[in-house]
Write a protein that binds this ligand. Sequence first.
Ligand code: ATP
Length: 248
Amino acid sequence: MNNIIISVDKLNIAYNGIRILENISFDVATGDYIGIVGPNGSGKTTLVKTMVGIIKSSTGSIKYHNISPGEIGYLPQKSFKVDKTFPGKVREVVASGLLGKKRFPRYLSKKEWKNVDELLKKLKIEKLADKSIGNLSGGQQQRVLLARALVSQPKILFLDEPTSALDPKVRNEFYELLKEINLRENVTILFVSHDVGGIGKHTSKMLYLDRSLVFYGNYDEFCQSDKMTAYFGSISQHQFCWRHTHDH
Ligand SMILES: Nc1ncnc2c1ncn2[C@@H]1O[C@H](COP(=O)(O)OP(=O)(O)OP(=O)(O)O)[C@@H](O)[C@H]1O
């Protein structure tokens, strides 16, 4: 199929000789919004780090089709803990997402500042532009860091558990916002989360990892999958799919 943007093939990853991920194969299509889920220590962060090139795989391959490294955005897990004393203003923090590609002296053009301001509006954080990021709420900080990742207009965006510290309402708003970006800007999104039921309502596919790939398909299939029932036992699976079942 020619709308495949990433092909992961027979990936094996080990830390110090200890196998972490085993025989992972899947394709990502352009415009997918994929929830990467699984228990603690199942290898979700390791998979994402490998896909963005921070960790080298032991064997297997990851191929990007018609994508350059500058078109891949990544929000690592740790970026969401912003120190209260960090003095950066929202507009500057978002603009700093453009600096990586520049040579010294690293000035932004008027047009680039305009793009920054437009993005702030799009993510409904324009009123925060001159505030210090350290003083914002968790949900606001997230939008700022999302804006920072989006300002360079990536075609693919990886997010590693950015919602774990948020209350359910703000978390849901964040999923909705990503869905909008996914649909409107056609950004392909891969999102690591522990909130299987919450994210499942928004994603186009679920990837369930437990050192190997347990399940890959859409949320309906995930909720009805005999394989997942066998894996979880029916009670756990219904917990994840309860809201889904009652929404229909
Ligand atoms: N740098 C490292 N060196 C050695 N082992 C590591 C390293 N990073 C992670 N691991 C191990 O690899 C396994 C998978 O970790 P990983 O962080 O990818 O899982 P995860 O699914 O993202 O977990 P969580 O949901 O808790 O964030 C864990 O057993 C972890 O201890």
